[in-house]
Design a protein around this ligand. Structure first.
Ligand code: GDP
Length: 396
């Protein structure tokens, strides 16, 4: 069996183990390193060659994006990552890093359970960092922090290690101020970013390394060492000792919730139906056997397959060749294909169960924000997607 076939089979197997799924987004202020980090994660997970990461903007395949040099379309990629002897399916939803596309960030947040907030160590928390963090929290999406471009603090700004740590503390405190004000009450303590438990990582997406306290303890690498590696222009060795993919994907698995955990508190926040009903309980329990409930979060056009509706399956299982009901428009359609992602490719499968991101062809006239269910079952629609606009006052 080829490596590709093995990976595809693994994805199809993990799809049925919601404990081992992480649906995540990477959010950032423009230029803070979201694209560089996404490419790195894909490379580290064996989806693109390591040499290309950092150079090639793998997620920006739209020509218009290439021309403007910014990410417009939310694209999805899936990776398999091993952590503590178990394998995990990580579905990464790309989110635009430009202020004009804030609505897309909100949509992507509806599909995920956790977010990696990338913050440039030089600029700190910028207005859009604050906006995307708020958008995540508003959707009950748990954040972890990645403080990027640490190499620049050392090599360009020539900060000493005390100044370096002071800067980190300030960034974390600003992020925590927002988290404290918006995280679900009972989850606040757990959601605050903490250096000690490893829910904050530091590094350089460009130079492929990242570090957090658990990895420092495991490897014996200290801040002083990091300082030295950067000054000596030896970040390659640091990247071998603390590869960014390992550190960040481990952090995602350890600190961001599985659909099984997150749907319990997210569903009551994004769906106003009766939680005690069959469909309510199905979603709360990420059940593949309950009534179908899919929230469409993006519509894109594929040259070959035509219109593709991407969405999150919250309850039940969506199957190819079956009738679906669009709750908002009262329309019916028949699915042609249902697919999941393998790297950045779509792969068709027969069915996709609750807890996953699905790509549907045949969902005629579906729009982002639509709720898909089964004919004859008029479930309540998901809450509308509300976009948070740029804040006037910044906390940084
Ligand atoms: P995005 O707009 O958030 O997607 O940011 P990009 O990933 O496109 O990065 C913006 C710029 O910052 C690019 O020129 C990157 O090469 C550079 N960059 C990203 N990460 C790092 C880093 O860790 N260190 C340094 N020195 N440059 C970086």
């Amino acid at each position: 069996m080829s490596r590709r076939t093995k990976m595809i089979n693994k994805i199809k197997e993990l799809m049925y183990q919601p404990k081992n799924i992480r649906n995540i987004g990477i959010v950032a202020h423009i230029d803070h390193g979201k694209t560089t980090l996404s490419d790195n994660l894909l490379a580290g997970a064996g989806m693109i060659s390591t040499e290309l990461a950092g150079d090639q903007r793998f997620l920006d395949f739209d020509e218009q994006e290439q021309a403007r040099g910014i990410t417009i379309d939310a694209a999805n990629v899936s990776m398999v990552h091993k952590y503590k002897d178990s394998e995990y399916l990580i579905n990464l939803i790309d989110t635009p890093g430009h202020v004009d596309f804030g609505g897309d960030v909100t949509r992507a947040m509806r599909a995920v359970d956790g977010a990696v907030v990338v913050i440039c160590a030089v600029e700190g928390i910028m207005p859009q960092t604050e906006t995307v963090l708020r958008q995540a929290l508003k959707e009950n999406v748990k954040p972890v922090l990645f403080i990027n471009k640490v190499d620049r603090l050392i090599n360009e700004l020539k900060l000493d290690s005390t100044e370096l740590q002071q800067r980190f503390i300030k960034i974390i405190a600003s992020a925590n101020k927002i988290i404290r004000s918006m995280a679900p009450k009972e989850l606040k303590d757990d959601w605050l970013a903490k250096v000690d438990d490893g829910s904050v990582a530091f590094g350089s997406a460009y130079h492929n390394w990242a570090i957090n306290v658990p990895i420092m303890q495991q490897t014996g690498i200290t801040f002083k060492d990091i300082y030295q590696y950067c000054k000596d222009e030896n970040q390659k060795e640091l990247a071998e000792k603390a590869p960014i993919t390992e550190v960040l994907l481990d952090m995602v698995i350890e600190h961001l919730p599985s659909p099984e955990i997150s749907q319990k508190y997210r569903v009551p926040a994004i769906w106003a139906g009766d939680i005690e009903s069959e469909e309510g309980q199905g979603m709360i329990n990420t059940s593949p056997d309950s009534p179908l409930a899919v929230m469409v979060t993006n519509i894109s056009i594929d040259k070959h397959a035509g219109e593709i509706a991407t969405g999150r399956v919250y309850g039940g299982t969506i199957e190819k060749g079956t009738e679906i009901y669009m709750v908002g428009s009262h329309g019916k359609a028949r699915t042609q294909q249902v697919g999941v992602y393998f790297g950045p490719e779509r792969i068709n499968t027969d069915k996709v169960p609750a807890g996953n991101i699905v790509a549907i062809t045949g969902a005629r006239n579906a729009v982002a924000g639509e709720t898909i269910s089964e004919p004859g079952r008029k479930i309540k629609a998901f809450e509308g997607l509300e976009h948070i606009s740029e804040p006037v006052v910044t906390v940084a």
